[in-house]
Structure formats: structure tokens, C-alpha cells
Design a protein around this ligand. Structure first.
Ligand code: FAD
Ligand code: DHB
Length: 391
């Protein structure tokens, strides 16, 4: 089997790329080592920037998103016993859309099936070779049979733990990383959200986030230690702790119920540079991780794919490889701006074990400044709704 672009990974990055290439008449194969059911069961991001919404429209999968997504014109910051609204629409004229990554993945998978695009799920022992030469190859095993797929390009869309980045010679790249001394435990439940808009909570017991997937499904997060295990968090313990971190009048409104899903994620900032190696292009979590506080992970994956899809389409239409040549540099400029924002949101909202009194006071001053200064609030808002994308 041969193809033009071998896409490793069937998460949002790989599926978006597959769909955009398909619509441009470019042949691609998507290969994932997990089953579609497993991929769909991963509960992750929930907030989409306009750039992401536009890309999903371009991929032809925007209908359900426009029908079911919730337009959010602001968020709330809770600290010092009060709720402070950051008015995105008023400050920037823009908004975000709340629509779960699971739904994005479902829409893209359905579109891929309908378009007859080739996908291989539960591929074992996926290996990539020859991407530094002219004819890259992907090898994998499926149902006990060895397969070889030759291609022009490999798109490494296989997430943080994927095989593509790990296949690079160590001297070919550098990584820049910060690991945070805490994680988030997330709980999904079929209960109405506690508020119409997201609430980011800075509390002495630790950060909390009240988010949602729809008007009947809520997603909540709590800062937890890295030593904690999800089995130690009964639903009851989660709800009790969340109430302790919310202002009493909000806690009173909280509707609790059985969890549909609960998981712990460590927080990390991570960038690999460059993002291109010969005929291999890394995109999404394979190339960078942000702590989730700024809701940027999925959106950054989408902006990589926007650059990569345009560069590949240009190459196949005109033979011009300038877009491919500039891919890494362009992506990394936007990646570092999102890294900065996610790090900063994390730093002003979480309890850091070694911050001390000085750290606590600076954090409080940052939050006070945000709610008193239109300039400071605008800076938060413009990054949250998504910085403009270079063409
Ligand atoms: P992924 O979604 O990771 O997809 C990679 C795909 O590659 C997967 O389907 C995987 O099965 C496949 N793969 C892996 N290894 C191989 C291999 N060897 N061979 C073949 N296929 C392989 N972002 C937010 O904005 N908000 C959040 O709340 C949030 N929560 C998160 C929680 C967790 C636990 C994680 C891991 C991420 C979270 N993110 C969040 C980030 C966001 O979900 C990611 O940025 C987004 O999933 C990136 O998409 P991707 O397609 O690049 O990578
Ligand atoms: C969600 C996750 C985030 O990290 C965030 O900043 C906002 C919302 C969510 O899963 O809903």
C-alpha cells in the first residue's frame, strides 16, 4: 500500500489533517495503535477558539458544532470570596465555543468514514523510517500481519507518548520542558453546570475549574498532588472538596451526581524544536504540551494543522515547498505565545508548594490587577479567545 501522506495518530490533529487533505484531493492513510472506541472514550479539552471552529468548518464538519456548541462571551475568575467576570466580547469583540474534544473527534471520524478515507486502527508496533531521505516508510503489524506503507510525507500526530518524536536521532532536536508539582483530577457528570460560564477558582485549598460540555453535562477539575490516585477520589470526596473551594453561594447551587468519568492528568509545559525533520512533520501534542489552564492544547493542535494542511496542499498543487520549509518556524511562534499564556494562567491560579508568602501576595496582586485594569483584562481575553493566526 502506498499513499501521499501517512498520518500517525487519529486524535484531533491527525483526523483534522486527514479531512483537510481529503477535501483537497490528496490521498492519506491514518494509522492509530488504539481502537476508535478507546479514542472516543478519552475525555479531554472543551473550549474551542475561532481559529479551531473555522478549521473544522473548512474540514466540512462544523454542522453539529454550530448546532450544539455553546458560545461563551466571557469567563469568571473567583478569588478573595468574589466572582469577577472577564468580558471577552466587550474587550475583544470575540468569543469561544464550548464543545468537547470527544464530539470534535466523533464528527471527524464520522466524516472520514463517510468519505471513504483509509484508516488503520489497533495497529501494533508502528515504526517510521527513511523520513530523512526521499521515500519515508511506515511499518506496523495488524492482526498478526506485517504491513509496509510508503509515502511522500509522514505527519506525526501521535500525541506526547507517540512514536514519531521518539524516532528522531537525539542530536536532531531539543526539548524545553517544565513539569509542575501538581496535577488535575477531572470529573464528568450528567448534571447541569453550576453557572452559565466557566469559573476559574484561586483558593487556598488549591485551584478549581467549573466547566461544562452542554446545559446538562458538567466538567469539573481540582488541583491535586502528583501522589494521588484516581481510586482514592470517590465522587463524594470530589464534590465535598469542590464545594470547599467554591464561594458559599455558588457551592449552594452546585448539583452533584454520579461521575461518568474521572481521571488525573499531570501538568506540563513542553516544546520540541524544530517541528520538522526532512519529510516528517510533528503536529499537536507530539510537538508540544501546555498545562490545561488556558484551554490551549487542542487549539494549538488545530493551528499546527492549519499550517501543515495549507503547506501540503500548496506543495501538491504547485510544487512549491516554501510552506513546508517555513512550517516549524511559523508554528513555534504561535506555540510559544500559547506556552507563555498557559504557564501564566497556571501560575496565577494554582497553589505552588514552595511559593511562600511572597508568592501568594504576588499572585493576589496579579488577580487584583486583572480585574481593575482594562488593559490587563484585555491581555488575558485576547490570548484566551486565541491570538490572530499569520497567513
Ligand atoms: P492526541 O489527542 O493525544 O492524539 C494522538 C493519537 O495518536 C491518539 O489517538 C493515540 O492513540 C495515537 N498514538 C499514540 N501513540 C501512537 C503510536 N505509537 N502509533 C500510532 N498511534 C499512536 N487540553 C485542553 O485544552 N483542555 C483540557 O482539559 C485538556 N485535558 C487533557 C487531559 C489529558 C489526559 C491529556 C493527555 C490532554 C489534555 N488536553 C487538554 C490537551 C488536548 O486534549 C490535546 O492537546 C489534544 O488531544 C491534542 O491532540 P493530538 O491529536 O495532537 O494528540
Ligand atoms: C476545560 C478544560 C480546560 O483546561 C480549560 O481551561 C477549560 C475547560 C474543559 O475540559 O472543559
Amino acid at each position: 500500500m502506498d499513499t501521499s501522506v501517512a498520518i500517525i495518530g487519529s486524535g484531533p490533529s491527525g483526523l483534522m489533517l486527514g479531512q483537510l487533505l481529503h477535501r483537497a484531493g490528496i490521498d492519506a492513510v491514518v494509522i492509530d495503535n488504539k481502537s476508535p472506541e478507546h479514542i472516543m472514550s478519552r475525555i479531554r479539552a472543551g473550549v474551542l477558539e475561532t481559529v479551531t471552529v473555522e478549521l473544522l468548518d473548512e474540514a466540512g464538519v462544523g454542522d453539529r458544532l454550530h448546532a450544539k456548541g455553546l458560545v461563551h462571551e466571557g469567563i469568571n475568575l473567583a478569588f478573595g470570596g468574589k466572582l469577577h467576570r472577564i468580558d471577552f466580547e466587550g474587550l475583544t469583540g470575540r468569543h469561544v465555543v464550548v464543545y468537547g474534544q470527544t464530539e470534535v473527534t466523533r464528527d471527524l471520524m464520522d466524516a472520514r468514514t463517510a468519505s471513504g478515507g483509509a484508516s488503520v486502527y489497533e495497529a501494533e508496533d508502528v515504526r517510521i523510517e527513511g523520513f530523512d531521505a526521499d521515500r519515508p516508510t511506515v511499518r506496523y503489524r495488524k492482526d498478526g500481519t506485517e504491513h509496509r506503507l510508503r509515502c511522500d510525507f509522514i505527519a506525526g500526530c501521535d500525541g506526547f507518548h507517540g512514536v514519531c518524536r521518539q524516532s528522531l536521532p537525539v542530536q536532531a532536536y531539543q526539548t524545553v520542558e517544565r513539569v509542575y508539582p501538581f496535577g488535575w483530577i477531572g470529573l464528568l457528570s450528567d448534571t447541569p453546570p453550576v453557572a452559565d460560564e466557566l469559573i476559574y477558582v484561586n483558593h487556598e485549598r488549591g485551584f478549581a475549574l467549573c466547566s461544562m460540555r452542554s446545559n446538562t453535562r458538567s466538567r469539573y477539575y481540582l488541583q491535586c498532588t502528583l501522589a494521588e490516585r484516581v481510586e482514592e477520589w470517590t465522587d463524594e470526596r470530589f464534590w465535598t472538596e469542590l464545594k470547599l473551594r467554591l464561594d458559599p453561594q455558588i457551592a449552594q447551587r452546585l448539583v452533584t451526581g454520579s461521575s461518568i468519568e474521572k481521571s488525573i492528568a499531570p501538568l506540563r509545559s513542553f516544546v520540541v524544536e524544530p517541528m520538522r525533520f526532512g519529510r516528517l512533520f510533528l503536529a499537536g501534542d507530539a510537538a508540544h504540551i501546555v498545562p490545561p489552564t488556558g484551554a490551549k492544547g487542542l487549539n494549538l493542535a488545530a493551528s499546527d494543522i492549519r499550517y501543515l494542511s495549507r503547506a501540503l496542499i500548496r506543495f501538491y498543487r504547485t510544487g512549491d515547498s516554501d510552506g513546508l520549509g517555513g512550517y516549524s518556524e511559523r508554528c513555534l511562534r504561535r506555540v510559544w505565545l500559547a506556552e507563555r499564556f498557559s504557564w501564566w494562567m497556571t501560575s496565577i491560579l494554582h497553589r505552588f508548594p514552595d511559593a511562600g508568602e511572597f508568592g501568594a501576595r504576588i499572585q493576589r496582586a496579579e488577580l487584583e490587577y486583572l480585574v481593575r485594569s482594562r488593559a490587563a483584562a484585555t491581555a488575558l481575553a485576547e490570548s484566551y479567545v486565541g491570538l490572530p493566526i499569520e497567513d
